[in-house]
Ligand binder design. Structure first.
Ligand code: NAD
Ligand code: DAU
Length: 352
């Protein structure tokens, strides 16, 4: 079996659901259930003996050591993190605690477990760390997309904490021989995305008749990766990735934020037209920029294609249509996540 951390969050839950579509190998899913974790997402797995959910913290060495000893996983995939840049600006403490100290404690629990494994199991074991393109900082419009060799230059408390966790993972390989793999991916989107992030926030705000708040001039560029493509890349890296290596995962879909929001508006105009017949584009507004806002991210995913034969299946156009359709078809899930603490966050970030 494998141990997944953060498997009740956006990417982790998609990964667990996707895993069982391809394999019967059991998953222990360790998640603290912060505001971003949601068991409602995993409801299709209730009663499924292949899935063992444990509420807990990667920081808790006693718990993690017990789970490792009890279940003897062949791999650990670490999704658990504080993940929202704007929240890291309002309150960086949790980001330092989970992303840095939590990763350190997880690595130490895993190292002790791995050291005690029989030789064959020890050789087969893998620790796969899920990271982000934000560790590389920002690109100019003309700059070549981030390759694995790009220097780390994180700009936000979130990306600095992820960069630190990547360095710890790297060091645990070089110093202790822990068999690690690291992936750095671009912006994910798709089903079960928490609506503090750009795409789901815009879909839900549009449908609720609210403003669509674009930071600054909306010309910042992100490289969008459909979450199921990310899941297939992670499975590939886990099975055949080179020990100690990092792999950049991206969708080859660079878009400005304004383009993304306009695309969502046009799709909603088609799929769920406004009662007054006007376009959702009317709801777009420009608000104060994010402090330290990175201008452009773009991933060079050629290493993954060349060495492991992975390519994304979705274009932005096909993936965003699926995403908008998913949100329209799942009002229960939306109602469940858009509850009390979510409303508090929206008030903190956007005010009236
Ligand atoms: P998310 O915020 O949706 O989910 C994070 C999950 O981790 C939640 O279920 C939360 O409860 C859990 N968690 C938080 N702290 C924990 C702790 N101390 N112990 C155990 N569980 C804890 O995040 P996501 O978007 O699914 O991102 C998953 C990973 O992928 C993160 O490491 C993030 O940095 C990385 N990443 C995300 C994106 C993206 O676009 N979403 C892109 C690149 C990399
Ligand atoms: O690049 C990978 C990263 O992508 C991940 O590491 C992070 O975990 C993930 O949250 C995401 O970070 P971003 O900051 O790029 O995502 P977010 O959805 O918050 O914002 C996307 C862009 O849209 C960004 O340029 C800020 C802008 N934005 C965002 C929100 C929430 C707006 O203009 N308005 C908004 O209301």
């Amino acid at each position: 079996m494998i141990l997944v951390t953060g498997g009740a969050g956006f990417i982790g839950s998609n990964f667990v659901i996707d895993w069982f579509a391809h394999s019967d190998e059991p998953v222990i899913n360790l998640d603290k259930l912060t505001y971003a974790g949601n068991l409602h997402t995993l409801v299709s797995l209730s009663g499924d003996a292949r899935h063992v959910f444990v509420q807990g913290d990667i920081d808790d060495r006693e718990l993690v050591s017990r789970l490792l000893a009890e279940h003897q996983p062949r791999a650990v995939i670490n999704f658990a993190a504080e993940s929202h840049v704007d929240r890291s600006i309002h309150g960086p403490g949790e980001f330092i605690q989970t992303n840095i100290v939590g990763t350190f404690n997880l690595l130490e629990s895993v190292r002790a477990y791995w050291n005690a494994l029989p030789a064959d199991d020890k050789e087969a074991f893998r620790f796969l760390h899920i990271s982000t393109d934000e560790v590389y900082g920002t690109l100019s419009l003309e700059g070549a997309p981030f390759a694995e060799t790009h220097a780390y230059k994180p700009n936000s408390p979130y990306s600095a904490s992820k960069a630190a966790s990547d360095h710890l993972v790297r060091a645990w390989h070089h110093t202790y021989g822990l068999p690690v793999l690291t992936t750095n991916c671009s912006n994910n989107y798709g089903p079960y995305h928490f609506p503090e992030k750009l795409i789901p926030l815009m879909i839900l705000n549009a449908l609720a008749g609210k403003a669509l708040p674009i930071y600054g001039d909306g010309q910042q560029i992100r490289d969008w990766l459909y979450v199921k493509d990310h899941c297939s890349a992670i499975r590939r890296v886990l099975e055949v990735g080179m020990l100690g290596d990092t792999y950049n995962i991206g969708g080859w879909n660079e878009k400005t934020n304004l383009e993304v929001v306009q695309t969502i508006c046009v799709l909603l105009d088609e799929l769920e037209p406004r009662a007054d017949g006007n376009s959702y584009v009317e709801q777009i507004c420009f608000i104060q920029d994010r402090p330290g806002h990175d201008r452009r991210y773009a991933i060079d995913a050629r290493k993954l294609e060349r060495e492991l034969g992975w390519k994304p299946a979705e274009t932005f156009e096909s993936g965003v249509r699926k995403t908008v359709e998913w949100y329209l078809a799942n009002p229960d899930w939306v109602g469940n996540v858009a509850s009390g603490t979510y409303r508090d966050w929206i008030q903190t970030q956007y005010g009236a």
